[in-house]
Design a binder for this molecule. Structure first.
Ligand code: DGY
Length: 313
């Protein structure tokens, strides 16, 4: 008999076919009576397949006494009660290793687009303003710019690798200095912002980092500064950021994530000094397939009693 797995969110087709082949899948995502479905199928399942956006509460975890693994197909997992998993000896896996390159590429893309005025330059060229008004205003170089990375995990390190090659001067902030990382560690976020031309946020979301980048940090980054956020909207005090961008106390923001997704605050999106992307940093066919495959592979390791590929807790 195939092992039984509870599905909170389905995965990409190729990975899904492998899951169907190996397991009996119970589609909680499609169930109308969620509580009834969980009561009937939950106790039979040792595994959950999900993404970081579907809620997994302590109550749900406790309704699954045989649960051993939650395989999550995203880097972030704020919707999952990790303490409840740990308290019940349930492992959580994410897919940071599969998506870190695409997310780092997006951070660099946003940084370059914002520093070089790509969106405005496109409009300037396509509208004929170039011919009418002459040369597009001078922009700002990447080489030699001072980069502060907030969060030096898998994604932060992938950003640093790219930006080092581009000749940026890198320092970082995090909960603690990371062993094996040679870039200067700055223990105070506002101090890092004050010494940076570009501040990139690559730190995990959730309660621990809510509003971490506050008005003081934004003011420290300053009128020539660029804030790039590929982490979570919650990491920034968004009202303070809008205020700083409006008043010019913060130069520019290049954002992949927002407090209200998928309808970010129009007070933010209508500003001229923002460069926007629709929370799509890992949104390539190749990476989404790799993330889904990592879910399949983590489950295979779990059922074979081997070490998991990307355990979080
Ligand atoms: C992630 O993997 O966490 C992405 O932001 C998608 O949610």
């Amino acid at each position: 008999m195939k092992p039984e797995v509870l599905v909170l969110a389905p995965t990409r087709p190729r990975a899904w076919a492998q899951l169907e082949e190996a397991y009996t899948l119970h589609r909680y995502d499609e169930a109308e009576d969620k509580a009834g479905f969980l009561a009937e199928h939950g106790p039979k399942c040792r595994a959950i397949v999900t993404n970081g956006h579907e809620t997994l509460t302590r109550q749900m975890v406790e309704a699954m006494p045989n649960l051993g693994i939650v395989a999550c197909s995203s880097a972030g997992y704020e919707a999952i009660d990790v303490d409840a998993l740990t308290d019940n000896s349930v492992k959580l896996t994410n897919t940071s290793p599969a998506l870190c390159d695409d997310v780092a590429d997006t951070a660099v893309m946003l940084m370059l687009a914002a520093r070089r005025g790509l969106i405005d330059a496109h409009a300037y060229t396509s509208s004929g303003d170039w011919g009418r008004k002459g040369m597009f205003p001078l922009q700002h170089a990447i080489k030699g710019a001072r980069l502060g990375i907030v969060g030096m995990g898998t994604i932060g390190q992938a950003i640093a690798a790219r930006c080092a090659v581009m000749g940026m001067d890198i320092a970082y902030f995090g909960r603690r200095k990371k062993p094996g990382i040679d870039y200067p560690y700055v223990a105070d976020l506002t101090a890092l912002a004050a010494q940076s031309d570009v501040l990139v946020l690559a730190i995990a979301g959730g309660d621990a980092t809510r509003g971490l980048v506050d008005a003081a940090a934004l003011d420290a980054l300053g009128p020539d500064g660029l804030l790039v956020n590929i982490a979570r909207g919650t990491v920034v005090d968004e009202a303070a950021m809008i205020d700083a961008l409006k008043s010019g106390r913060l130069g520019r923001a290049a954002l992949d994530v927002y407090l209200n997704e998928p309808e970010p605050d129009p007070a933010l999106t209508c500003l001229p000094n923002v460069t926007l992307y629709p929370h799509h940093a890992s949104g390539t066919v190749e990476t989404r397939d790799a993330m889904a495959q990592m879910v399949v592979d983590n489950l295979a390791e779990f059922y074979a009693n081997r070490p998991l590929l990307s355990a979080v807790n």
